[in-house]
Design a protein around this ligand. Structure first.
Ligand code: GLU
Length: 291
């Protein structure tokens, strides 16, 4: 039997809050119940916003909470060469293309198109999809712009990718925290349009690093917040293109703030460090998140 593997994968660009505590503790509870292991991964590809100080704070908070994980901690910033190799494959297979439009140009394009009475499609987060112009650029023009140091990002050609896969994509989602029953969910990566898979200077994006790491680390169970539910479609597509195994997923409820909104790293009063300083115990935190 292969070892069941769970992971908690925060981005050290702020402080942990109650939502992270719930996710980490739920992963630990499920890993323990399954006789599996729990890994900790620092998703720190954004080296401008992620800092060693935030990481140290997270490690201290997690230890205080009673989280126990298998060492070593994987830091994505130490594995750029591995992501670059994966990106190269997608470039060679012409599944990604260099996208040159700046945010301002995208906005202008969409405003212009909507002024002519056409609603521009938005992704599940409400962000307008990337316009199709760059996909049609001749290879020579792409080379010329790259050689001229034009800023660009590598975007997935989602239509080409879906055509390559050539079948309906789905993932396996557990129906609740007991992880006893599953249901298939249709993956709809098209809803996100041509997502960014890497930057000019950073050979990966969140999606590419997650699927690469989940496979490399043998993650069998991805347990994370409901806010990532529909992004799973993009990750399933990348797994399929790259021939990676597919984990089973459980997207758990989100812990909401007093105002009923999703917690953010800037909400100081639900930060674990602030709660601890105010006298809360790890047991109090468990009760606050319903575990
Ligand atoms: N690093 C992501 C976050 O902090 C989570 C990624 C995942 O669990 O797949 O939101």
């Amino acid at each position: 039997m292969t070892l069941l593997t769970f992971r908690f994968a925060p981005s050290p660009n702020g402080e942990l809050h109650l939502g992270h505590a719930y996710s980490a503790l739920l992963n630990q509870k499920l890993a323990t119940a399954a006789g599996g292991r729990l890994l900790l991964r620092m998703e720190d590809i954004d080296t401008a916003r992620c800092t060693p100080q935030y990481e140290a704070g997270m490690l201290a908070d997690l230890k205080w909470l009673g989280l126990v994980w298998d060492e070593p901690v994987r830091r994505q910033s130490q594995h750029f060469a591995e992501y670059a190799a994966v990106l190269d494959r997608l470039i060679r297979e012409e599944l990604v293309y260099p996208a040159f439009m700046s945010r301002g140009e995208i906005r202008a394009f969409i405003t212009d198109s909507e002024a002519r009475g056409r609603d521009w499609p938005r992704d599940p987060d409400g962000v307008p999809l990337y316009p199709p112009a760059d996909k049609a650029l001749p290879a020579k023009e792409r080379k010329r712009r790259i050689a001229g140091n034009a800023p660009f990002a590598w975007r997935l050609d989602v239509d080409a990718a879906m055509a390559r896969v050539g079948k309906h994509l789905a993932w396996t989602e557990f129906v609740d925290e007991t992880l006893t029953e599953t249901r298939p969910v249709e993956a709809r990566p098209q809803d996100w349009g041509d997502v960014i898979v890497a930057r000019r200077d950073v050979p990966t994006s969140y999606h590419l690093a997650v699927v690469t790491d989940d496979a490399l680390q043998g993650v069998s169970h991805v347990v994370r917040g409901q806010d990532l539910f529909s992004a799973t479609g993009v990750q399933r597509l990348l797994q399929e293109l790259l021939g990676l195994p597919q984990p089973a997923y459980f997207h758990h409820r989100l812990i909401l703030g007093p105002d009923g909104r999703k917690l953010s790293k800037s909400l100081k009063d639900t930060g674990l460090a602030a709660l601890r300083d105010a006298g809360a115990s790890p047991g109090d935190i468990r009760r606050m998140v319903g575990l």
